[in-house]
Write a protein that binds this ligand. Structure first.
Ligand code: CO
Length: 213
């Protein structure tokens, strides 16, 4: 695909959508998605495509290996905006199999500016070292780290004041951990127990000044 092809695709897409005379008027008028999707920047995991949703339906943030780092102003601002202003009902943290970022994090190697970023995942490995090192098969260990990282990133989302205040007041959003399987195209819901995770984060992580329940 060439650069010109990309723009030609856009013109075809716009012409196709314009067949509905209200399409762009409605698109410009409203933005109230119920979902925030946090996924990997990997080109093989396009959020809207794999979920079969249209523009306007999900608020999206993507970065290398779907990391939710507490010092990343970008993801923190996205969560704040999605929860406090858009009032999303669900936050979906979606990792994927064959994730290059996770794979790189599993190797002891200097990767320049990627070092501090991937350290978030190396720390996940360290926290779950016993479980991961007990898995003899390299692919299985890699797949499990993808899952464990998604769970830890979900916990990082739950640590935010925006999510805690909103959940206490409105009962949403809830946070979900997913892994997209590149070989089947299916999403595996890791079924993290949101309320249980919230309980685990009580005491010093509770930013609401109130007991959870
Ligand atoms: Co990835």
């Amino acid at each position: 695909m060439t650069y010109d092809d990309v723009l030609a695709h856009n013109r075809r897409w716009a012409a196709e959508k314009a067949k509905d005379p209200n399409y762009f008027t409605e698109l410009a008028a409203e933005h109230s998605p119920d979902f925030l999707y946090i996924g990997c920047s990997d080109s093989r995991v396009p959020a809207e495509d794999i979920l079969g949703v249209s523009p306007g339906e999900i608020f999206v943030h993507r970065n290398v290996a779907n990391v939710v780092a507490n010092t990343d102003l970008n993801v923190m601002a996205v969560i704040e905006y999605a929860v406090t202003h858009l009032r999303v009902k669900h936050i979906l943290v979606c990792g994927h199999t064959h994730c290059g970022g996770v794979k790189a994090a599993m190797e002891a190697k200097d990767l320049g500016l990627l070092n501090p970023w991937l350290r978030n995942i190396r720390d996940v490995f360290r926290m779950h070292k016993d479980e991961l090192n007990a898995i003899k098969d390299g692919w299985a260990r890699y797949d499990r780290l993808v899952e464990l990282s998604v769970i830890e990133q979900c916990i990082n989302v739950i640590k935010t004041a925006a999510v805690q205040h909103s959940y206490l007041k409105y009962g949403f959003p809830t946070v979900h951990g997913w892994v997209f399987d590149l070989e089947t195209g299916l999403i595996n819901d890791l079924n993290i127990n949101f309320e249980e995770r919230l309980h685990e984060l009580d005491e010093i992580y509770n930013l609401t000044d109130k007991p959870w329940f």
